[in-house]
Ligand binder design. Structure first.
Ligand SMILES: C[S@@+](CC[C@H](N)C(=O)[O-])C[C@H]1O[C@@H](n2cnc3c(N)ncnc32)[C@H](O)[C@@H]1O
Length: 278
């Protein structure tokens, strides 16, 4: 779905939000020893995990497992972000059965900019719950409402693009008035203790339309399904749709370029698995 090479170059928005989450919520993670095993769900190209997340771990952590549903991403991460204590593995977080050696295998679960891709939310949370050791915790962030999904919705009504779109491409919380309440219900029903489950209102500024275009192309799952010759038309239609959105502001900047300001919602979760009763 996400192109590794393109994503690794055009991910400033995701990086900015991930750093915001680490700066504000990482302190909640309860480190209990030197020998801990950590999971990063949707590790992607591996760059953020290696460069920003791992440096925050206690020096003697045992291992980080970075999992991703995309074989291409896993290969890219293995080739470009080798690290003696990181394993990159192929895993769909919403699969029906997780590998047995992952059950109660992790002290901490992290996930950044991934869970909005996951249609089967309950299954994903049930799996993350199973993978945590009792007393373990998870810090997650992912999209809720985002104007880009309006564009996906509008374009799915266009006869030219209809056949290439799927409802699974739209974030499960897009359109929700209280996404944090819907999500908290899932957390609690899964058996997790919810410490933080909130919406952060975010704004991101793209200095010009070309940067926005590249960022969109890097993560748009429809583009990879289009005949190559249709891609420029699709991208043009997409950019025209963006101009029509009320939550997007386009303004002329000095050098005759158009800067684009987008407002959207980021969900942030910090939750833990209860300790087993003795
Ligand atoms: C936007 S990238 C985020 C990568 C990295 N976490 C970051 O913040 O830079 C989202 C990643 O989630 C992965 N992904 C999507 N659905 C997934 C699933 N069901 N299980 C595991 N990974 C998934 C995609 O393949 C992609 O690599």
């Amino acid at each position: 779905m996400v192109e590794p090479k393109s994503y690794s170059k055009h991910n400033d928005l995701q990086k900015t939000d991930n750093v915001f989450v680490l700066d504000n919520f990482f302190r909640l993670v309860k480190w209990s020893g030197d020998d801990e095993i950590i999971l990063d769900v949707g590790v992607g190209d591996g760059k953020f995990a290696v460069e920003k997340l791992v440096p925050l771990f206690p020096k003697k952590f045992r291992k980080l497992v970075g999992c991703d549903v995309s074989e291409k991403m896993v290969m890219f991460a293995k080739d470009n972000y080798k690290h003696p204590r990181i394993e990159f593995v192929h895993l769909d977080i919403s699969c029906d059965e997780i590998p047995v050696d992952f059950v109660s295998g992790f002290n901490h679960v992290f996930s950044f900019y991934t869970l909005h891709w996951v249609f089967k939310q309950r299954q994903a949370f049930a799996n993350m719950f199973k993978m945590l050791k009792p007393g373990g915790d998870m810090l997650l962030s992912f999209l809720a409402n985002n104007p880009i999904y309006e564009v996906y919705n509008n374009m799915s009504e266009n006869i030219k693009w209809k056949a290439y779109t799927k409802k699974e491409y739209i974030c499960p919380y897009h359109g929700s008035k209280e996404p944090e309440k819907e999500l908290e219900k899932i957390l609690v029903e899964t058996g997790l203790i919810s410490h933080v489950c909130r919406v952060e209102k975010r704004t991101y500024y793209f200095p010009n339309l070309d940067i926005l275009k590249k960022s969109i192309i890097a993560v748009n799952p429809i583009i990879q399904r289009l005949p190559t010759e249709e891609v420029p038309n699709y991208v043009d239609d997409f950019m025209n749709q963006i101009r029509k959105l009320s939550s997007v502001t386009i303004e002329m900047v000095n050098n005759n370029e158009e800067g684009v300001r987008i407002q959207y919602q980021l969900l942030v979760v910090f939750a833990s698995k209860p300790l087993e009763k003795s």
